[in-house]
Ligand binder design. Structure first.
Ligand code: GLA
Length: 715
């Protein structure tokens, strides 16, 4: 619910458990008052804080300085000398920016984007309208409420109503001012094959920024940030989170001033973004999802999970069973052979696996990673009867089929590059760096997008397909477009991401019943932008279960289990002396959507039986993993444990992993109905209260990698 107190000029945005309050002061500025637990109290008026030496707004008088005002948005070079959110370059060349609040609008639902991902639905929206009186630019600032998930989304829209062109130099999507509470920052950081590890560090004076300048959201910093207080735990205390619905360059930062007040900002990366706004044009920033929890980090994560499942991923996939795939990559790499694949399909059927995914190597001259990308034609040496005939064969066996694509990329050694070297992102007269022996297509150019989309559509038409894995295997550099004039080169990074979204939109519309899975050299583009089109994303090329525990724990802090694609493989990381067995690997894969990635035609009978049992278990449990509330449990180093509890608390799945040789363990379960009794798979009945207060006995049988899982149903 959104309310405006006309007398006090206070806006209140309420979700189920939270309230966000701001006040219009001096008729010009939106001052932030409160974001936190819903209270019955009336919000106090904004109190001005005068500070010596701070520039004050001359019209208002001494005592009112933008430098000490907790504004809803801050403007470059107009007296606020902290890091600011908005910077426009005016026609006269200066970058001084100052918007005054003018008006507001409250309306049901939200304004949808047609060129970018966004949160679908929304209960109600507040639009604050600001004007820069010098340039004539109008700024529309949106807050949309999603009551059930306790989330609020924010984005900004600029409209040049002046009489000269402008250039937007910086356009954060969200700013939030917080009081001095000794904040700890939580981010998801890593690198290739070690993505999204949960990292915590105390916020210190000055600016702490995470960012990507890589053209994708990146393996290195995820477009997610949370802040908690010193006393916040999994199930108690205050925490805030911010998640960017965007897949390209971003920045996210907290600035602590000397008096330890925090300013949080998230948006497009100012180093690699600028946008020309001619008279009459509009520019819209991507959206940020914001949430607050008064009862700890589990609730914070659950809010984000509910938001992503409820409003980001395509609705038809929210409750539908995801495919259990056998993916060819780690088994055969580029050596795709129709007959070998047929034997995989037959074996998969026997094991209960339902989808065969042909990974890289099925098209053009793609026999290794140095060639063929861009040539989206079936390789007839590998599929002598064509892909349609192969798909019929797979479907006749009762299996479904998936295929791999990487539409944004091109190898210099390809037919497409020979025909269209100008279709590649490049800067005139400069050599282009390579990444995985490939270049990047110029998706600012519609001709390129249409060619790739049409070719893929034509090649796959008539092929029975249920799944497409969409990869993105390099970071961008020398980002220029031969299709755009010099003054628009500064827009290429963002235009490229918009081009990617256009491609996602066209291809997902062309294959409406296909589940698209995102991927980027493992998990280099794991973000809410991609989840708008792809309900799940390959979390990492690292399938070693011990490293995966950390990757999946970090990923699930911000994204639901249903978005994480997790395969059982037999990869062995260098770190491990003993390879964990398939049971441990399966247990780790329960932190995501199950698949297999190995040569299944060479398994021992014993391992085949294990896999059959795993798939059968997963068939019973997937509903909980898709839609349940996930609670992380308090564990020690080298362990990971969570319970997934149905929304109505009628069933739960407890999952535990250990890499430290612990042989017995007792863990307290949270999130259950304490008044109810649950019967567990082992036949024992426990009350929810006992499982919470006394805990559950975890008998870790295998050494050195222990695992345990237990399903319980309320009686
Ligand atoms: C990336 C993906 C892998 C696989 C290869 C194929 O690295 O993450 O899963 O698809 O590309 O080239």
């Amino acid at each position: 619910m959104i309310a405006f107190d006309k007398e006090k000029r206070i806006f209140k945005i309420e979700t189920r458990n939270t309230v966000y309050v701001m006040q219009i002061v001096h008729d010009k500025f939106a001052a932030h008052l409160y974001y936190g637990k819903k209270t019955d109290g009336v919000a106090a008026d904004y109190v001005e804080r005068a500070v010596d030496f701070a520039p004050y707004v001359a019209e208002v008088g001494i005592g009112f300085s933008l430098e000490t005002t907790p504004t809803e948005l801050s403007f470059f070079d107009s007296g606020d000398l902290r890091d600011t959110a908005v910077k426009l370059q005016n026609a006269n060349g200066d970058c001084t920016t100052l918007f005054y609040y003018k008006d507001y609008r409250i309306f049901k639902g939200r304004v949808e984007f047609d060129d970018m991902p966004y949160s679908r639905g929304g209960d109600e929206t507040l639009e604050l309208i600001y004007v820069d009186e010098v340039s004539g630019c109008v700024l529309h600032s949106y807050y949309t409420v999603f009551e059930q998930s306790d989330t609020i989304t924010r984005y900004q829209r600029y409209e040049n109503k002046g009489n000269a062109p402008l250039c937007i130099r910086q356009a954060a999507s969200c700013q939030l001012e917080l009081d001095d509470r000794e904040w700890t920052m939580i981010t998801l950081c890593g690198k290739y094959a070690k993505e999204r590890n949960l990292v915590e560090y105390p916020a210190h004076l000055g600016i702490q920024r995470i960012y990507s300048k890589r053209g994708h959201s990146s393996h290195h910093f995820n477009p997610f940030m949370a802040l908690k207080t010193k006393d916040t735990r999994e199930n108690s205390g205050d925490a805030y989170a911010f998640e960017f619905v965007y897949s390209g360059d971003f920045e996210s930062q907290t600035e602590l001033t000397f008096d330890k007040k925090a300013r949080v900002m998230m948006g497009l990366n100012r180093d690699t973004f600028a946008w020309n706004l001619a008279q009459g044009e509009m520019f819209t920033t991507p959206e940020v999802i914001m949430t607050y929890s008064a009862c700890g980090l589990n609730k914070l994560s659950q809010n984000l999970h509910d938001h992503i499942r409820g409003y980001i991923i395509p609705s038809k996939f929210v409750n539908s069973k995801r495919p259990v795939v056998i993916n060819t990559w780690e088994a055969v790499y580029f050596n795709i052979d129709e007959n070998v694949l047929s034997s995989y399909a037959e074996k998969a059927k026997e094991l209960g696996i339902d989808t065969l995914v042909i990974d890289d190597g099925w098209f053009g001259s793609r026999n290794n990673d140095s060639q063929g990308l861009g040539d989206w034609f079936v390789n007839r040496e590998k599929f002598q009867n064509g892909l349609a005939a192969f798909s019929d064969k797979v479907h006749d066996l009762g299996l479904r089929l998936g295929i791999w694509i990487e539409p944004e990329m091109i190898n210099p050694k390809s037919e497409l590059y020979k025909a269209h070297p100008e279709w590649v992102l490049q800067c005139k007269n400069r050599p282009s760096s390579l990444g995985r022996k490939q270049l990047v297509l110029d998706l600012t150019n519609d001709e390129v997008i249409n060619y790739i989309v049409d070719t893929i559509k034509r090649t796959l038409s008539g092929v029975k397909l249920e799944y497409i894995k969409w990869d993105f295997n390099r970071t961008l550099s020398e980002v220029g477009s031969l299709a755009l004039p010099p003054e628009k080169q500064c827009e290429v990074k963002h235009r490229f991401v918009l081009g990617t979204y256009k491609m996602h939109k066209l291809l997902t519309q062309a294959f409406p019943n296909v589940l698209f899975e995102g991927c980027s050299g493992g998990g280099g583009r794991f973000d809410a932008g991609i989840l708008f089109y792809c309900p799940q994303i390959w979390a990492s090329d690292n399938t070693d279960p011990v490293t995966r525990m950390e990757i999946q724990k970090g990923t699930a802090f911000a994204y639901p289990i249903s978005s994480i694609s997790a395969h059982v493989s037999n990869s062995r990381s260098n770190k491990l002396e003993v390879s964990p067995d398939y049971e441990f690997r399966f247990n780790v894969a329960l932190g995501g959507m199950l698949g297999y990635e190995m040569n299944i035609t060479r398994l021992s009978k014993e391992d085949e039986e294990k896999i059959k049992r795993q798939v059968a278990k997963y068939d019973k449990w997937y509903g909980l993993l898709l839609t349940g509330d996930q609670y992380r449990l308090k564990v020690d180093g080298g362990e990971y444990a969570f319970v997934c509890v149905a929304k109505d608390k009628s069933e739960f799945l407890f999952v535990y992993q250990d890499t430290q040789n612990r042989q017995r363990r007792k863990l307290s379960l949270v999130g259950l109905d304490e008044k109810a009794a649950y019967v567990c798979e082992n036949g024992n009945t426990y009350s929810g209260k006992t499982l919470h207060e006394d805990g559950i006995d975890v008998a870790v049988s295998k050494l050195p990698y222990g695992y345990f899982s237990c399903y319980g149903k309320r009686i």
